[in-house]
Design a protein around this ligand. Structure first.
Ligand code: ADE
Length: 239
């Protein structure tokens, strides 16, 4: 499979500088599983002062990211790369990011991720080209950079060869609609707290069953919404 390319468009590129040194992303870059390019939108404006935002027509608080720098960046990338990108804009108005959506995004060879950092971005950006608007949750951050970093991390760790043990990603929370089980590591006992006996038993079948039971119990307790969806999926007739 060709290596995935991710182009991030932002007015605040410095926010991403620490990210590439984090363990999983670093590993992914070293493994050549992905190329991540961070582009400063201020380099793509004809504004003398390098401004990339302005006040909204019709009034109101906050600033709006202009179309020009986004289109200049987009068009120059599309010319250089000679391919069709999947364009993603991070916004609280978007569809919610889920593990299912993350899996779908892994299939694309080229993602362009736009980080809005003001009140919003000029809506004509979405009139000219097709974009998928994605939100990381029902809360508002001051910009799309942290949401973009979250999306990139979630996608990149699933690319082939990035996590050493492919099974590790398969057992993640949400992969089959359940939360993950609790995990323990050395020592067997610390300050009187012991690792559950089953995990020390070496009995693989019992361990597997214990983990499933833990996942079900946790999901039921912590995420009744997920548990209900899981039950409906296992017994479609009862929906
Ligand atoms: N920008 C600001 N808040 C956001 C959110 N919740 N998701 C995605 N982008 C955002």
């Amino acid at each position: 499979m060709p290596r995935m390319i991710i182009d991030i468009l932002t007015g605040f590129p410095e926010i991403f500088s620490g990210l590439v040194n984090s363990s999983i992303l670093r590993n992914a870059l070293l493994q050549d599983a992905v190329d991540i390019w961070v582009h400063n939108l201020r380099h793509y404006t004809s504004d003398r002062h390098g401004n990339i935002d302005d006040a909204p027509y019709g009034g109101g608080a906050g600033m709006v990211l202009m179309a020009e720098p986004v289109w200049n960046a987009l068009d120059s990338l599309q010319t250089i790369r000679n391919a069709q990108p999947t364009r993603i804009s991070m916004t609280p108005q978007g569809a919610k990011l889920t593990q299912k959506r993350v899996r779908e995004l892994c299939k694309f060879e080229w993602l362009i991720v736009l980080c809005g950092h003001y009140k919003d971005v000029d809506a004509r950006i979405f009139e000219r080209d097709q974009w998928t608007e994605i939100s990381i949750g029902d809360y508002v951050l001051s910009g799309g950079e942290i949401p973009a970093a979250i999306l990139v991390d979630a996608v990149v760790r699933l690319l082939p060869g990035v996590i050493g043990d492919a099974q590790s990603a398969e057992s993640d929370s949400f992969e089959d609609g359940l939360l993950d089980a609790p995990y323990y590591t050395r020592p067997e006992e610390i300050q009187g707290y012991r690792v559950p006996d089953t995990l020390l038993s070496g009995h693989h079948e019992n361990i597997r069953k214990w983990r499933i039971a833990q996942r079900q119990e946790r999901t039921q307790e912590r995420r009744p919404d997920l548990w209900q969806a899981h039950l409906n999926k296992s017994n479609p007739s009862e929906e």
